[in-house]
Each structure stands twice: as structure tokens, then as C-alpha cells.
Write a protein that binds this ligand. Sequence first.
Ligand SMILES: NC(=O)c1ccc[n+]([C@@H]2O[C@H](COP(=O)([O-])OP(=O)(O)OC[C@H]3O[C@@H](n4cnc5c(N)ncnc54)[C@H](OP(=O)(O)O)[C@@H]3O)[C@@H](O)[C@H]2O)c1
Length: 305
Amino acid sequence: MFKCSNDQMMNDKTKVIGTGLTGLVGSRVKELTADVFDWTNLSRSNGVNISDKKSLENAIIKDDSEVVIHFAAFTDLDEAEKQKNDKKALCYQINVEGTRNIASVCAKTGKHLIYVSTDAVFDGKENVLYTETDKPNPINWYGRTKWLGEQAVIDSGCKFTIIRIAYPFRTKFENKKDFVRKLLDKFSKGETLKMFSDTLFTLTYIDDISGALETIIQRKPSGIFHVVGSSTLSPFQAATEIVRVFGFNSKLIIPINLSVYLATSFRPYPRWSGLSNEKLKAGLDVSMRTFSEAILEMKRQLSFN
Ligand SMILES: NC(=O)c1ccc[n+]([C@@H]2O[C@H](COP(=O)([O-])OP(=O)(O)OC[C@H]3O[C@@H](n4cnc5c(N)ncnc54)[C@H](OP(=O)(O)O)[C@@H]3O)[C@@H](O)[C@H]2O)c1
């Protein structure tokens, strides 16, 4: 039998540069694809701030990876809203200027850029499943900066895939809670939760985003893809499903209307933010789990820990 040394195995892996690999989504994708991709991690902890063009350029130019995945972003939506229209503030500098910097180095070096965007580019005014041909019209500052990031990618002339993800969640991650783990925490303490029953969203299991990215990195399709789960439901319906699968008391969920939130919130909330993943399925043959399938898998993973 022919035995490979560790070095030879490393060389068989596709080399990929990633930003945001310490975050909720990027760290799980890196973990799940460690056998197929050899990741170069560009992060502030190793001296690369994406808002600093020079340090970023040096790091990308000297690396011979063909693909760059750009997960890094300013993701605190409330904090972003406080910075509305301030182009000198962090949210704009990271989400727009940082993305412009990355896209411009990719254009210069011929690397393929995968930019991770969001459902928040849509205004959510129509009760439809938004597709890749629908026109974005973000209604909050975070969504606007991510959309301006998309435009910076397109305008740069680099080879690109833009993926829009929505409400990503995973089984475990200490550093940041997502929608599903926030609810699991509360329900396990017996706390009741008020959930909107008159809004829609599309939750996405990060393990599926990882699978989709394996295909996208290998095939490098150009254009925009919605990499989202296969169920669009209200937060009340999602909570009901979590309670059912994990065996909590359904009385812990109280349905409320969006108007309750809008009465006190300073950040606009897109009401109908369901996204369609048909293009991903038809064009790249990638299937994404339904919400029920994903939380069953989550429960299975938790039972092993
Ligand atoms: N989470 C969601 O609900 C959601 C929904 C839709 C789309 N998205 C998109 O998905 C992507 C990943 O989101 P996430 O939730 O995983 O993010 P996250 O957990 O908030 O992590 C943000 C990442 O960005 C990095 N970063 C921030 N500023 C940076 C800078 N100036 N230079 C270099 N790195 C910087 C952070 O690295 P360090 O702090 O370690 O330097 C961290 O790895 C983002 O593009 C986001 O817009 C997220």
C-alpha cells in the first residue's frame, strides 16, 4: 500500500483564503471542510484588518490560493443602525470599504472571490420568496452596507460568486448565540418567549452552507446564489418546531405581532424576508435541509456530546 506523508496530503487539498474564519459561520465551515481545503486565515488576530488595504494586499498577493471567501463583516445590527449614514464608522468601513479592498486585490490577482451577503438586502415588503433576480432595497444600515459590498464586488471586475445566507444557526458555538440556540437556552430554563406570528424568515443550517460552499469553491460559478434553508416560516412556527423536536412545553411560546416590536424599536425590520433556494438546487444541484430536518440533525449531534 502507498502511504502519503502529511505534507503530500496537505498538497492534495485545495488552497483557500478566508476572512472571518473566527466567526459564527466561517469557523464552522473551516472546521467541516478541514479535510478538503487548506485554509489561509486572514484575521485581525494574525495582523490583517480588511479595512487596511496595504496589509490585506500583502497577505493575499503572497498566497497562491485561487479562491478567497469573504465572511468577515460588522454584524451587530443595532450598533450598525446607530452608525446610519456614517461612512467613517466601523460598519461602513468594514462592510463596504473592506469588501472593496478585497475585491480590488482579487481583480488584480485573478483570484475568484466568494462574498457572503445576506437576506437583509431586501426590504421584505412583499410576501414572496425573494429570488436572485429581485431588486434589493435594504431598509436598515447593516443591510445597506452589505448591499453596497455586493456592488463593490460586481464593480471591481473580479471573478465572483455572491452568496446570500439568512439566519444561520449551528449546533454549538460558545462565542455567539444564533436564533435556534437562543431559544433552546431559554426553553431549557423554562422561560416563556414572545414570538412573531405575522413575519416570515428562512433559517439556514450552517452545515448545509458548508456543503454548498464545497461545490461553489470547486465549480466557481459566477453570479448570485441564495444559499438558504428549504423552509420559510414565522418565528412562532420555528419556535413551535423546536419545542416539538426537543420535547419542551408548547405553552412556553406566546405569539405576538410585529407591531409590538415596531412600537419601540429604532431599527426597521423586514417583515417578509423569505428567500428561495431554487437557483442553487437547479443550477448547482445543491440541496439544503428543511428546518425540521436541520434541527433533528442538531439534536443528533448534541446527543454525541
Ligand atoms: N449571523 C447572521 O445572522 C448572518 C445572516 C446573514 C448573513 N450573514 C453574513 O455572514 C457572514 C458571517 O457572519 P457571522 O455571523 O459568522 O459573523 P461574526 O460571527 O460576527 O464574525 C465576524 C467575523 O468578521 C471578522 N472581522 C470583523 N471585522 C474585521 C476586520 N476589520 N478585519 C478582519 N476581520 C474582521 C471577525 O474576526 P475577528 O474579530 O476574529 O478579527 C469575525 O471572524 C457575514 O458576512 C455576515 O454579514 C450573517
